[in-house]
Design a binder for this molecule. Structure first.
Ligand SMILES: [Fe+2]
Ligand SMILES: [Fe+2]
Length: 397
């Protein structure tokens, strides 16, 4: 396992997780795997920026050893303590136990809670400069993007922004840079990452991006902690983040449902027929058959959500419950929607769906539509009309 040079005396020493299909437990489907990026800077101080997920410690250490003995590392920057970036630290510290770790104050506290060992830790804050010898690191805290400890590091002389999770993608490739992969795939994975992980922090992201712009630091490269780094056009991803953090929507509707015997599916079919006849773009998903990460990515720019479930044991079907709880946590703003579904003797599921939509911040624009057992012709017409109504509202903007 060799290190990959990204600039003079700066190396990528991360790990490629080709087989990962889930991330954050089961909450994120990594269809293309992922990478954990760590970087080694050779200067008077031998510096490691971030580490990798614990099971990949050996791969990172091997890549470090292809450049310099791991024992020589004396400086570690912990931009973010989440285990996908700090998990390998205990293993690495066996070789360089005296290395000083720099991170935000919250990072110091968090590392103690995670690893329960004495660390040579020094807290830093925005604006602090750390001399590595001929090079200087400027530290930029970005709390709650996406954890309280989160930070970026900017290498002044080389104009490289080590952005950690921000601007990254879950995308395992043998390539390391944006210009080496298909742009469409790169932007899709970057967008999926933003929608599924960073969406709730849009306002903060907009603020921090404005602060970084105010710093007027020239950025030649953004070295991320997942997937590809941006060397061809780092501003492409910054501009994309600016657009995304503005939370703009398109006239588009996403219909998501789960069904037991097909009645709720039949309703969904009629709803999208109404939407289609109104000429509004839409997507239709059975959540039991689809990975949540892609559905959320589709919902990210959609103005309206119509959600359905059959009633089951006095509640929503399990895949749909899980999906709705995840959606609620993303706090989509400026969206409209409504609920539908079928039941036998208790229509609680449909009311619950509507309640979760409200809790998520979605404005309800049509009363929940429910049918007993299976929809009749009149009820299917009502579904069609519901689709048309929401489509008309979406077109109005
Ligand atoms: Fe993270
Ligand atoms: Fe991460």
């Amino acid at each position: 396992m060799q290190a990959v040079p990204i600039a003079k005396n700066i190396w990528w020493v991360g790990a490629i997780d080709w087989t990962a299909r889930h991330f954050h437990g089961q909450t994120y489907t990594t269809q293309r795997g992922t990478t954990y990026n760590a970087y080694l800077i050779l200067d008077e101080k031998i510096t490691l920026i971030d580490a990798v997920y614990g099971p990949f410690a050996g791969e990172m250490i091997q890549r470090i050893r292809s450049v310099v003995p791991a024992e020589k590392i004396d400086t570690i920057i912990a931009n973010h303590i989440e285990p996908d970036h700090s998990g390998a630290l205990p293993e690495l510290l066996k070789f360089c136990p005296n290395a000083r770790i720099y991170g935000s104050e919250r990072a110091g506290q968090g590392l103690e809670h995670y690893y329960h060992q004495k660390l040579n830790f020094q807290a830093v804050k925005t604006g602090d400069l750390l001399s590595l010898g001929r090079r200087t690191l400027r530290l930029i805290e970005i709390p709650m993007i996406h954890w309280p400890d989160s930070m970026m590091s900017y290498l002044v002389e080389d104009q490289i922004l080590f952005s950690n999770d921000t601007f990254g993608q879950h995308y395992a490739t043998s390539e390391r840079f944006d210009d080496e992969v298909p742009q469409e795939t790169l932007m899709e994975e970057t967008g999926k990452y933003y929608a599924n992980i960073l969406w709730p922090f849009g306002n903060l992201i907009a603020q921090r991006l404005a602060e970084i712009e105010k710093m007027a630091i020239p950025i030649r490269m953004i070295a991320t902690s997942h997937g590809l780094s941006w060397r061809k056009d780092p501003w492409k991803v910054i501009e994309a983040y600016k657009r995304w953090s503005a939370n703009e929507t398109k006239p588009k509707i996403v219909v998501v449902y789960e069904t037991m015997y097909g009645s709720t599916a039949k309703m969904a079919g009629k709803i999208v027929e109404g939407i289609s006849d109104a000429g509004v773009p839409f997507k239709l998903y059975d959540i039991a058959q689809t990975d949540r990460t892609s559905v959320i990515y589709d919902m990210f720019d959609a103005k309206a959500y119509i959600v359905g479930s059959s009633n089951h044991d006095g509640g929503i079907l399990p895949n749909m419950v899980s999906f709705m709880e995840f959606l609620k946590g993303l706090h989509p703003k400026n969206r409209i929607g409504c609920a539908f579904g079928s039941y036998g003797w208790s229509g609680v599921a449909i009311m619950k769906l509507e309640a979760i939509l409200k809790e998520a911040g979605v404005a309800i624009v049509h009363p929940a539509l429910s049918v007993v057992y299976a929809p009749d012709d009149a009820q299917l017409t009502a579904c069609y009309e519901l689709g048309k109504k929401v489509a008309a509202l979406v077109q109005k903007g």
